[in-house]
Design a protein around this ligand. Structure first.
Ligand code: ADP
Length: 620
């Protein structure tokens, strides 16, 4: 039988797959944070771009509003410089002229919404002002040192943002030189008209709109801002000459000009963090230049929303990545499990196929062996039959002398009867002739009987033929074959077999067994003067088994030596001289008895041997 291979059941999750799984987890552990970071950066970038775009749009609007505010009053001083009353007052300063101009300026200022309108002579002394009747009136004050006066004198017009020295109110000063009358061709300047525009309203609007807007001048000093704390402070630390110039012109009053940033002006498009109480002043900074004014408008856009958007997108990406990783891991585990199950099923199927193959091979071998054995048994049976038959012929051979004598004797008698019958016939003794003929018939019958018996005994028989046989008949038949020898040896035979002793047997073979036992007994009694042969049958009924008949064949011969008791049934075991015994009688007899489901045993009696034959009883 081929050796079944040891079980090759795969582990639930193969090692390679487990390693791949671990590798996969490492991959995810790197990929998810990387993806999250990338998503965060992209979202932040997009958010910042959005913030920047919005800031630029608002910046455009803020610039337009500022420019509109500045430009709205641009022509007002020019118009006023052409006014005759103004020119008259400059030509001839006096109380009445001043009163008229004062009233005019006051009315125009109120109507146009400017902070103040005033007129200075060529030396910078204020002759008339819209606030002539207010406590902080400009009338009588000299602003000769103020840049807007000096610029107007020098160039004819000026624009200047600064803190008012009188009112301490900041404003945009728009100056226009007034040419001296009658001196038009010479171009002399008689004075300067100044319109002061209040820009602080814009700051309020920016604050209300939540905008963070600053306006810085050419020196980088913030002068308008949505947050008051940022005003009148430069973005960067100022040099000493710059500080001196601003102080001299009193542009920003008494402001200490503390810088807003330690390291220079803001980087356009970058981020800025200005000092502020409410967390304002931090975000992306976008500038727009107003070159004609020398100003720069700045807006600061908070980036908190962009950061929040980045964090949200990053969180969503991270969660989605984790969910994907888990989903893929679950799917991969399911695939691995299915693969493992399939491989286990295949392995099982393979093993079952191998076992089935082995089994059918073993089956075929077994069938072949059985057939072989059957053939061998049949051959053995045939050989045994031949052997038994040969043994019977051998037994016949052993008693052939006696048989010869058995037939010769009646033949001799027949011859004697024939001779005497002829004489009695010649004598005419009819009665004696008839009696002799009768005797001769009997003798021929006896011869025919003997020959029939011999023929029967010598014929081939098979073990399969069984019939109820009288033990007594079988013993009688054997005794009949031995009659001559028994008589010659002077053996006293005592046969005690009940007529109802019936056994199931093949009659000729049973007779062969009994004949063998008797021949052995006669041989063993050779040296005994008074020979006795006892045949005794008894019925045996032991509990639980079928009834049987026991036949003891006892003699008063030499007996069986104790050391031979275990060997006498072996083939070719004999103690008889060469030429007398083959050593096959008992072994063939026990073979026959075994076939008949009986037993044959040997022992010693008080005198001589006792051979015991037991056969199943048959019903009549
Ligand atoms: P054989 O008669 O050719 O020797 P058997 O098988 O019939 O072969 O007998 C074997 C031997 O058993 C005999 O040689 C003899 O020694 C012994 N034996 C058989 N029957 C008797 C008996 N009745 N008494 C003593 N010895 C016996």
């Amino acid at each position: 039988m081929s050796q079944a291979r040891p079980a090759e059941l795969p582990a639930a999750v193969p090692r390679r797959a487990r390693l791949a799984g671990i590798g996969g987890w490492w991959g995810w552990a790197v990929a998810i944070p990387a993806l999250t970071l990338a998503a965060f950066l992209l979202a932040l970038r997009a958010g910042q771009d959005q913030v920047r775009t919005g800031a630029r749009q608002r910046l455009v609007i803020a610039e337009a509003v500022l420019r509109t505010t500045v430009d709205r009053y641009r022509s007002l001083p020019t118009v006023l410089a052409l006014d005759t009353q103004v020119q008259d007052l400059l030509a001839a300063p006096g109380a009445s002229g001043a009163a008229a101009v004062n009233a005019k300026f006051e009315a125009i200022a109120r109507a146009s919404g400017v902070a103040a309108i005033y007129l200075m002579d060529a030396r910078g002394l204020t002759l008339a002002a819209s606030n002539w009747n207010q406590p902080l009136s400009f009338v009588g004050s000299s602003y000769a040192y103020r840049p807007y006066f000096l610029d107007a004198l020098a160039t004819g017009a000026s624009r200047y943002f600064g803190i008012g020295t009188t009112t301490q109110q900041p404003g945009l000063f728009i100056g226009q030189a007034v040419e001296a009358r009658g001196d038009r061709q010479g171009g002399g300047v008689a004075g300067v008209v100044v319109v002061k525009v209040d820009l602080e309203g814009l700051e309020g609007e920016w604050r209300r709109a939540g905008e963070q807007i600053l306006v810085s001048d050419a020196a980088g000093i913030v002068f308008l801002a949505s947050e008051p704390g940022w005003k009148y402070r430069p973005f960067r630390p100022l040099t000493v000459p710059e500080t001196d110039r601003i102080r001299t012109a009193r542009q920003y009053g008494d402001s200490d000009l503390r810088p807003l940033l330690a390291d220079g002006p803001p980087d356009p498009g970058g981020t800025i963090r200005l000092p502020s109480a409410g967390g304002a002043g931090h975000g992306l900074v976008e500038p727009v230049a107003m070159p004609d004014l020398g100003w720069t408008l700045w807006t600061i856009a908070p980036t908190g929303a962009a950061w929040r958007q980045g964090v949200l997108v990053a969180a969503a990406t991270g969660i989605a990545g984790l969910a994907l990783a888990f989903a893929l891991a679950a799917a991969s585990q399911k695939r691995q499990r299915l693969r493992a199950e399939q491989s286990m099923r295949l392995s099982l199927e393979r093993r079952v196929a191998e076992r089935t193959h082995d089994l059918s091979e073993a089956n075929a071998r077994l069938r072949a062996e059985m057939a072989e054995r059957e053939r061998a048994t049949t051959a053995l049976r045939a050989t045994q039959d031949e052997l038994i038959h040969a043994g019977r012929l051998a037994a016949l051979g052993q008693i052939s002398t006696a048989i010869n004598h058995e037939i010769n004797q009646p033949l001799a008698a027949l011859r004697t009867f024939l001779a005497s019958t002829v004489l009695f016939l010649e004598r005419g003794d009819q009665a004696t002739v008839r009696r002799n003929l009768q005797r001769m018939t009997e003798v021929t019958q006896r011869i025919a009987e003997i020959i029939r018996h011999l023929k029967d005994f010598a014929r081939k028989t098979g073990p399969e033929h069984r019939e109820p046989v009288r033990l007594a008949s079988a013993a009688e038949a054997a005794l009949d074959l031995l009659r001559v020898r028994l008589r010659a040896d002077g053996v006293a035979v005592d046969c005690r077999i009940p007529p109802d002793a019936l056994v199931r047997a093949e009659p000729v073979r049973l007779e062969q067994v009994i004949l063998n036992l008797m021949v052995n007994a006669l041989d063993a009694m050779r040296d005994v003067p008074e020979r006795r042969l006892d045949l005794c049958a008894t019925r045996e009924t032991s509990d639980g088994s079928a009834p049987s008949w026991r036949l003891d064949v006892a003699d008063n011969g030499s007996g069986i030596a104790p050391e031979h008791l275990g060997q006498i049934f072996d083939p070719f075991f004999t103690t008889k001289p060469a030429g007398e015994g083959l050593g096959l009688g008992l072994s063939l007899s026990s073979l026959i008895v075994r076939d008949l489901k009986g037993s044959l045993t040997a022992g010693n009696g008080a005198q001589g041997a006792v051979l015991t034959l037991v056969l199943p009883a048959a019903e009549a």
